[in-house]
Design a protein around this ligand. Structure first.
Ligand code: FPP
Length: 243
């Protein structure tokens, strides 16, 4: 029997908070509140499943276009999340990382995310990686600009540029061998990537749940992980049994 796939890096697009709220006859932000609580549940479940990096798409560079009140609520979520869950994260040895254009965040949010990273810096367990004010095209553009500068200064020739040099200049580089997700799950039935980890997802398995994020529970995660473990990942090669 083929060996099971190892799930080291799981990425999730947590979609459907607004629809969850509407179904309950509540304002959209109630969905974000419940979505925030679900981050804790799924983080602990991912840790139990032996996942090493959990990347969660929490705020995209496009989300600034939402109504002012909703943006303000979303910007305050990290404040509330770390206030409420930091003791649990510490008790479970979780290391927090926030990737995105952090210097554009409101000062309070900036301070809180920096503090969460500093407080958990020595933890050695699961890496909980929030993408917050993150956009993949911007990230790739920055990497290209940096390499362009290196060519201009004569440090390298364009011929020397390879995939590794680009990977090393992305915000996921610090995760080393685990920098590319093995599996991406998007909730709420939408089937799009929405500018999330475009380069890093090149060979990831994709999975879609019809459930809205606040309803996506530990059992759902377990089912998606089991299904992933039994998939046939070929990375562009032919199946071993066919060769
Ligand atoms: C997408 O649902 C969800 C978001 C834009 C926000 C995601 C944020 C969380 C789940 C909480 C994150 C927690 C922390 C600590 C930052 P949507 O609003 O697009 O839903 P809709 O498509 O149904 O309208």
């Amino acid at each position: 029997m083929a060996e099971k796939n190892q799930l080291n890096h799981l990425a999730i697009i947590m979609d459907g908070n607004g629809r969850w709220a509407r179904k309950q006859g509540k304002p959209r932000v109630a969905g974000h509140h419940e979505g925030m609580n679900n981050v804790e549940r799924i983080t602990l479940a991912a840790d139990k499943l032996g996942i090493k990096v959990l990347s969660l798409y929490a705020f995209s560079t496009e989300n600034w276009a939402r109504p002012k009140e909703e943006v303000a609520y979303l910007m305050n979520l990290p404040v509330r999340f770390f206030d409420k869950f930091m003791p649990t994260l510490m008790a479970n040895n979780v290391k927090v990382n926030i990737m995105g254009y952090l210097d554009q965040l409101p000062p309070k949010t900036y301070k809180v995310v920096q503090r969460a990273m500093a407080e958990t810096a020595d933890n050695t367990g699961l890496i909980l990686n929030f993408a917050f004010n993150y956009g993949s095209r911007s990230e790739i553009t920055s990497a290209v600009k940096e390499l362009g500068g290196m060519i201009e200064s004569g440090a390298i020739s364009s011929e020397q540029i390879d995939e590794e040099m680009i990977s090393q200049r992305l915000m996921t580089a610090k995760f080393g061998a685990f920098r590319d997700p093995d599996l991406l799950i998007r909730t709420s039935g939408e089937q799009r990537i929405s500018n999330f980890l475009l380069w890093q997802l090149a060979y990831s398995e994709l999975a879609f749940s019809p459930k809205n994020w606040p309803d996506f529970n530990e059992e759902d995660l377990q089912e998606f992980v089991s299904e992933f473990q039994n998939r046939n990942r070929r990375f562009g090669k032919v199946d071993e049994s066919d060769s």
